[in-house]
Design a protein around this ligand. Sequence first.
Ligand SMILES: Nc1ncnc2c1ncn2[C@@H]1O[C@H](COP(=O)(O)OP(=O)(O)OP(=O)(O)O)[C@@H](O)[C@H]1O
Ligand SMILES: [Mg+2]
Length: 179
Amino acid sequence: MDAPHSSGAAENGPVTTSHSVTVISPAAMGDLGRALAKLLRPGDLVMLTGELGAGKTTLTRGLGEGLGVRGAVTSPTFVIARVHPPLGEGPALVHVDAYRLGGGLDEMEDLDLDVSLPDSVIVVEWGDGKVEELSDDRLHVVIDRATGDTDDDVRKVRLTGIGARWADTDFADLAGLGG
Ligand SMILES: Nc1ncnc2c1ncn2[C@@H]1O[C@H](COP(=O)(O)OP(=O)(O)OP(=O)(O)O)[C@@H](O)[C@H]1O
Ligand SMILES: [Mg+2]
């Protein structure tokens, strides 16, 4: 079997920053998203990796709140991508569920989203091996259940910045969240 949850990050570019955070509840995952939003800029690509129900969409909801975008972030099960326009000055949030994006990036471009991707923050669930070409720089967020117990609310979140964009980013401020 292949390993859909491995990040493959190191092969594709320099890992410039890496940080782990323990998140103890869905609310704390939202807090992490809101805090992370402060670090994001237009054109950023965030790739979320983690099994079903890991908390990828929960984190994205916090990101959307932190960015101040329109519309509730929900699981984009029936659409491949959803655009959340900014309420104020900030970037739009483009939330992609790449699970059914069989063809990868080409298909993404064919979606003809009514938004400028370089001016947006793009968050992709299930994008490993499919959307890396969108940007040389990207933030990989890997969410793991801390134990094998599916009833357990504790998650380990590993943030890895790849490329020059993230070289000077200090994720340490995020560490205190959720703990
Ligand atoms: N620490 C936690 N962080 C995030 N979600 C948690 C946590 N503990 C429990 N949960 C629960 O786990 C579920 C996470 O669902 P969510 O839709 O965010 O996962 P997902 O990774 O997007 O799944 P999918 O692969 O199906 O898109 C929610 O029901 C949430 O309440
Ligand atoms: Mg999801």
